[in-house]
Design a protein around this ligand. Structure first.
Ligand code: CU
Length: 471
């Protein structure tokens, strides 16, 4: 990725320009452009990109263990006289929410969410923002300490950035932690269209409440309202979103979080939806070690397996990955682990549809019965979907349909991983005799029922033994 290793590039660069190009690491900055805007790298893939390690540049700050953005990437910067310079382009993008499911969004540098900005405490940061949207925008740097005029609230702190214009933000990353960025201009529309991104500031030295971790993941909770079969979110939806996503991806298209047995893992989550999400991880216990307000002192932490991430909040979850396996990790609101669905589907469990379907299909040829036995059938139903949507419950594991969608992925803990290897290791091979299995033994004979509420054996009514035993 570093252009300095590319001999073709090297030929065009001399002395000072060479030094500057080392810092851009991947952005091709022509010598004539060095005095101008930094290049704005674009990302064409919705895959999780390998962590971005900055080149060893004097003044670049202490080295750190870089974050991995789920189904995202980190924005390279260039160093300009001791200032880390970034260039974000606000623009329409097409985001692949799942293979075959494309949505017209607004985002930054080719994707929604935009790239993660990753710096070190004390860094001087300059961010150019070019607006290629059809309307004005701004960027608010959620959680940061900065001069009032850099806070990005259109009308309050600055005039909005008109279409076609570039504004520059500059401040010092004063405190380490977990932050995000998003517009503060026509906010409901622009966030409904996917405009948001993550920001991580690493501590510049050992911090009493910030642990070293071997794996550091981040993602944003977001939601969209896309009519099945269409490609553009409705932007006036207030609460009734139908797509619940992590970094604008839905299960099974969200990358797994991969960890080596014994790793300390940090997961940074920010919520830019309009409702709360109880984030739940199976197999381990975690602590909330920080919020967008800063690190949580060690004495103030408690163990959890689920933590609610409220609207506009960020949480850092940390745990030791000490149980091998494929562990579910998901929002615990069960309708948030579903794909796009009609909201007005009646509960039909136990309803006998015989004789009903034909007359209904005369009125609506597409009428389909679902949910007679529960909704699990949806997981394997090869139902014809409108073009450009994804099934309501989907994803197939080694033992069959997982019957999940939306805000769901897996934590994959393996003993045989290399440090820094984030590739999906495939499905976990369970050791023999460690999996739940069917049994084939006769049921116990039913006991005689007793009148309800009466201790067994104290009252006997004639005929009470005729019915079914209550289990
Ligand atoms: Cu949720």
């Amino acid at each position: 990725m570093n252009n300095i290793n590319n001999p073709q590039r090297r030929r065009f660069l001399g002395g000072a320009a060479l030094a500057a190009t080392v810092a851009t690491a991947g952005t091709a900055v022509a010598r004539s452009a060095l005095a101008a805007l930094p290049e704005a790298p674009k990302q064409s893939s919705a895959d999780t990109q390998a962590p971005w390690t900055p080149p060893g540049v004097t003044g670049a700050g202490r080295p750190y263990n870089p974050v991995v953005t789920l189904n995202g990437w980190t924005l390279p910067w260039r160093m300009n006289n001791g200032v880390k310079e970034f260039h974000l382009i606000a623009e329409p993008v097409v985001r692949e929410m799942a293979p075959g499911f494309l949505v017209n969004m607004w985002g930054y540098n080719g994707q929604s969410p935009g790239p993660t900005i990753e710096v070190v405490e004390g860094d001087r940061v300059r961010i150019y923002v070019t607006n290629r949207l059809p309307e004005h925008t701004t960027i608010h740097w959620h959680g940061q300490r900065l001069p009032n005029g850099m806070d990005g609230v259109g009308g309050l702190n600055q005039p909005q950035i008109p279409t076609g214009k570039t504004f520059v933000y500059e401040f010092e990353a004063r405190r380490p932690g977990t932050f995000m960025y998003h517009p503060h201009a026509d906010e409901m529309t622009q966030m409904a269209m996917g405009m948001m991104g993550f920001w991580v500031t690493h501590p510049k030295q050992k911090h009493p409440h910030i642990s070293d971790v071997q794996r550091d993941y981040c993602f944003l909770l977001n939601a969209f309202d896309v009519e099945p079969g269409s490609m553009t979110p409705r932007v006036n939806t207030m609460l009734d979103f139908n797509i619940w996503s992590w970094n604008s991806r839905v299960f099974p298209a969200i990358s797994p979080l991969v960890a080596r047995l014994g790793d300390r893992v940090r997961v940074r989550v920010g919520n830019l939806t309009m409702t709360n999400h109880p984030v739940h991880i199976h197999g381990i216990e975690f602590e909330v070690t920080g919020t967008d307000g800063g690190p949580v002192p060690k004495t103030a932490r408690w163990p959890e397996v689920t933590t609610d991430v409220a609207v506009g909040q960020m949480r850092q979850l940390e745990f030791i990955a000490d149980e091998p396996g494929d562990w579910a990790m998901h929002c615990h609101k069960s309708h948030h682990t579903m794909g796009a669905m009609g909201h007005d589907v009646p509960t039909l469990i136990g309803v006998d549809h015989r004789g009903l379907v034909k007359p209904l299909q005369r009125v609506n040829p597409d009428y389909m019965v679902m949910g007679e036995r529960g909704m699990a059938d949806m997981g394997e139903m090869e139902m014809e979907l409108p073009a450009n949507t994804f099934p309501m419950m989907t994803g197939t594991g080694p033992y069959g349909p997982i019957e999940m969608g939306g805000m769901f992925t897996t934590l994959k803990v393996r003993a045989d991983l290399k440090a820094g290897d984030y590739r999906d290791p495939g499905w976990y091979q369970q050791p023999p005799q460690t999996q739940s299995r069917p049994v084939d033994v006769p049921e116990a004979a039913p006991r005689a029922a007793t009148p309800s509420g009466t201790p067994q054996g104290t009252a006997k009514k004639p005929g009470a033994g005729q019915g079914h035993a209550h289990h």
